[in-house]
Structures are given as C-alpha cells and as structure tokens.
Ligand binder design. Structure first.
Ligand SMILES: Nc1ncnc2c1ncn2[C@@H]1O[C@H](COP(=O)(O)OP(=O)(O)OP(=O)(O)O)[C@@H](O)[C@H]1O
Ligand SMILES: [Mg+2]
Length: 258
C-alpha cells in the first residue's frame, strides 16, 4: 500500500507545487494522475520515488518510509534515457543497481523477453526504433521486480500507433505481474484504458480535485459508450480555464471529448 498523508511541496525558490495531498493506493492496482501542466504531477511522482523530499507530511510504501534508489520502486520517463554506448541487455541491467550477480543475469533475460526484444539484446540504442527504445526502458524498470512502478507520461513521445501498441503491451505484462502502477498522463483515454482509478489534480499549487473509481470491465474498448461517458466526466473535472485555453489553441476536439 502506498500512503501519502498531508503532503505539501514548496521548492527552495518559494514555488508551492502541491498542497495537502492525501492518497492511498492499493497494491496490484493501476492508478492514473491527470491534470493541467504545472499542477504538480511530476513533482508528486518524484517524491514517491524518493528523488524529491516533501516539505511536510508523511510518505510510505508498505508501511516503510520511502528512500532514494530502492529496488522496490522504479521509474519510467517520457523518453527512454538509455546509455547510447551500452547494448540493450546492459541498459536493462542498470535497473539492478551497481553490482548485479549471476542470478540477476536471469532477471535481465526475462525482462527483455517480457517486452519482446530477445533478438535485440545485443543491439545498441541507435539501432532501435522509438517504440523499441521505450520497451527497453520498460524492461529496465521491471528487471528488479519492483512492487511499484511510477510512469511519467511514458508514451507521449511516441506516434499514435506505437502508443496503442505499448499501452496494450504494458497491460498484458500487468495482467501477469500485477505490479502496482502509478501513471501520469495527459491522455484521458490512456488513463481510462489502464486504470482502476483516475485522480485529477487541479490548480497551482496542485490539489486532488477528483478521484474516480473506474468500474469498466477489462479489456476496455475506447468506442464503448460507457468508456466515452467516463472520458467526458474526467474532462469535465479539469480546470474550466484549461479547456477554454486549449479551445483557443485549436484543440477543440480534445476539450469536447473526441
Ligand atoms: N525543481 C524545481 N524548482 C522550482 N520549481 C519547480 C521545480 N520543479 C517543478 N517546479 C514547479 O512546480 C510546479 C509543478 O511542476 P511539475 O513539473 O510537477 O508539473 P506537471 O504537472 O508535471 O506539469 P507538466 O504536465 O507540464 O509536466 C510548477 O509550477 C513548476 O514550475
Ligand atoms: Mg510533468
């Protein structure tokens, strides 16, 4: 269980990024966080990973306070962040920390197989497509068998086709491993395809304004009228000012739910 109690975050320059965040995430669930740019989504994930320290409040995973670089919690970023001079298997091995042993080699092979890249284990990152590189990042995040994976807009740098492919792939892995996933995304449909819960952050400083428990059965179909109704409910929970702004930027279809 992930537990956040009365978390606030003020940066040293005075910016108050998050205020009074209370959140519990049950094991083996997928929870998405959506919200406007600047509402503190990345800051929240960075605190949960131990990369940032909250200004006030308590943070724990399975009853233990969260520490930096623990193997139980891993991170997937928007871009793969691979070491260009290391082959795929060595990039994946980085997820195990500084001194992997023989048993760990088996974990590397397993993680690469999980993302379907066996044939590319010895390839260099420059020999991979964008989607394949992000699959390496997923393997690196999963290799240490974490119990919690934090994903910050993991597929937003990919084209629509690859995004769908990787979303399905990650869901398939989840159906087997049942690792708890906490996903930050700008894409409400992505949140709905994945999640047991969708949390909406609004304002600056960011606060939790809505917490939707998504009762749709899996696998979910984007064309399903119920799916579309959920999408509209979530979009309605966004800052109204944000929707007006995006309409004037010509993103009307996003605001109106298409
Ligand atoms: N290291 C930092 N120092 C000072 N202020 C910061 C720092 N990191 C983030 N902020 C501020 O905290 C607020 C929240 O930022 P954060 O990156 O968490 O937003 P976000 O919701 O992830 O936005 P986006 O959707 O654009 O990624 C913003 O006002 C940002 O300027
Ligand atoms: Mg962010």
């Amino acid at each position: 269980m992930l537990r956040l109690e009365n978390i606030t975050k003020r940066f040293s320059n005075g910016t108050l990024a998050l205020e009074t965040i209370n959140l519990e995430v049950a094991p083996q669930t997928i929870v998405s966080i959506v919200g406007a740019s600047g509402s503190g989504k990345s800051t929240l994930l960075r605190m949960i990973s131990g990369l940032e320290v909250p200004s006030t409040g308590q943070l724990s995973w399975n009853g233990q306070p969260i520490q930096r670089s623990q193997r139980k919690i891993s991170f997937i970023f928007q871009e793969p962040r691979l070491m260009p001079w290391l082959k795929v298997s060595h990039n994946v091995r980085l997820g195990l920390g500084p001194s992997p042993d023989r048993e760990d080699e088996k974990l590397v092979t397993e993680a690469i197989a999980k993302v379907g890249l066996e044939r590319f284990a010895h390839a260099l990152p420059r020999e991979l497509s964008g989607g394949m590189a992000q699959r390496v990042a997923i393997a690196r995040a999963l290799v240490a068998r974490p119990s919690l994976v934090l994903l910050d807009e993991p597929f937003s740098a990919l084209d629509a086709f690859n995004r769908l492919k990787l979303q399905n792939h990650l869901l398939k892995i989840w159906a087997i491993d049942r690792t708890t996933l906490l996903v930050v995304t700008h894409d409400v449909e992505e949140a709905l395809v994945f999640s047991d819960r969708v949390i909406v952050l609004t304002g600056q400083p960011g606060r939790i304004s809505e917490d939707f428990f998504i009762s749709l059965p899996r696998p979910r179909r984007r064309t399903d009228p119920e799916f579309q109704a959920w999408k509209q409910a979530i979009l309605d929970a966004f800052d109204p000012s944000l929707l007006n702004e995006s309409e004037t930027l010509g993103e009307k279809s996003y605001a109106s739910g298409h």
